[in-house]
Design a protein around this ligand. Sequence first.
Ligand code: F6R
Length: 369
Amino acid sequence: EKGGYDYFMLKEIAEQPKAVADTLLGRVDGSGSLTLDEVRIPANVLREADKVVIVACGTAFHAGLIAKYAIEHWTRVPCEVELASEFRYRDPILDQQTLVIAISQSGETMDTLMALRHAREQGAKVLAICNTNGSTIPRESDAVLYTHAGPEVAVASTKAFLTQLVACYLVALYLGQVRGTKYADEIRAVVRDLGSVSGAVERVLETMEPVRELARSLAERNTVLFLGRHVGYPVALEGALKLKELAYMHAEGFAAGELKHGPIALIEDGLPVVVVVPSPRGRSVLHDKIVSNIQEIRARGARTIVVAEEGDDAVVPYADHLIRVPVTPTLLQPLVATVPLQVFACELATARGNEVDQPRNLAKSVTVE
Ligand code: F6R
């Protein structure tokens, strides 16, 4: 059942190209338009929504953080992302014009379920993004967009995360398509680009041996930091979460711009710091800033592990370890940049003798609040 892999997690990491392709199947076409009739929320509700609120936990929350960048960019509708466990306790402002998106692999996470119930009580429309057919969260939502990752067995979420991202991009692009924005051309181009993501993830997976080797060399360390900017920031958070839950290491993700506001004090000789570098194309100002961040931490002794796009030469002089990912549109980069961090965490867990599929103290589906 593990298909020749030692762990379900390894199998599920390897299944990601297919999971991504399956989640796109029947929803995008080559001409760059989307068919999401299955989202049964009427077009006028989507057009009139004046706010999007995303609720989720853990890894699904990180997918939500990335979705915010996409939704606000392509639709110009304000989007908030909140941990489901915090949401209803602060009496959030919700009404009929609020579109709530609840993201959950299992569809049974109690915090997320309670958040969506609260949202519906206030009259908001709820769209679930879920991987489990017929589970409670989609049943209690107004509409559902299923991710087609297939069953995820390992406690640490991998392929479900990538498909949550795909579903979030689809929703963001669809909202843009339905509402009409000045980004219509960009939307069509990105819809077409989504078709090549599965192949890009495949290429990342083919180049992971140096990442595994690097992970093994860090097995005795206690701390690893992760930095990112823009959509790379939630990727950094996700990389850190994977490392905590699997390797039981102290791992933290920061927005690279926050370094100087405190975390840079943590940098000491030999500290491994993973930096997720945005594409030098597009928002190049972010790229230049992160290159300076890498220089700053390296000057203070950090061992820099740099995840950067193929052809990005500016990072080479400052990278102790360079992990290449294929060129992708800026907003889609998390689909490729997350994969090496999953492999890294999985290999570190193995090197430290941890149980990969069943980390201590964790359950696959958290049905208590
Ligand atoms: C991390 C992980 C958890 C889940 C979280 C939400 O690898 O698996 O953080 O992402 O418990 O679970 P779902 O998506 O089932 O609501």
